[in-house]
Design a protein. Sequence first.
Length: 200
Amino acid sequence: MFVSDVKLILASQSPRRQQLLGQIGVAFEVMPAEIDERPLPGEAAEAHVRRLAAEKARAVFTSVTVGGGRLVLAADTVVVIDDEILGKPVDADDGIAMLGRLSGRRHTVLTALHMIGPDGRERARLSRSEVDFRALTRGEAEAYWATGEPADKAGAYAIQGVGAIFVESIRGSYTGIMGLPLHDVSVLLSDYGIELLWKC
């Protein structure tokens, strides 16, 4: 089993992030942050995800009394193609259009992490991954939308679900594409003197 004394607040209601964090044996509670996630005018994708992750972490940190060794962890993920952020689709037409843009092309997935310790110390990391999609037909995009999976996903697909059949290759972090790069989480934890150990 994984041995860890970490007590952490995850500033996200994402089931995927909760699953991933639990995968590495970290004890946590969920406290979603309520912030405006719209990009600022002229804001680049990297600056956008870094800012949102930081704002989420700070919003939760200031709303609770963080003690007993607890930390706050927040994340934000975007899909980027042609220097444009693809957020969550607003409806079927939007989602199918996003899939059409990704079809047969390479896109970037950015996930920013922001962690705040009990003493207010802040640390941040950015995961950058490249994803190659095979060419999709309009019918495939429509059928995939009909599964319901893309409706609440950035870029209108989930690599951990049915959407995986469209992915030819990736370069980067699989868990980062899912929304929580576990290597980077472990690095941030180690910055606070916390190591995740395997006990046989």
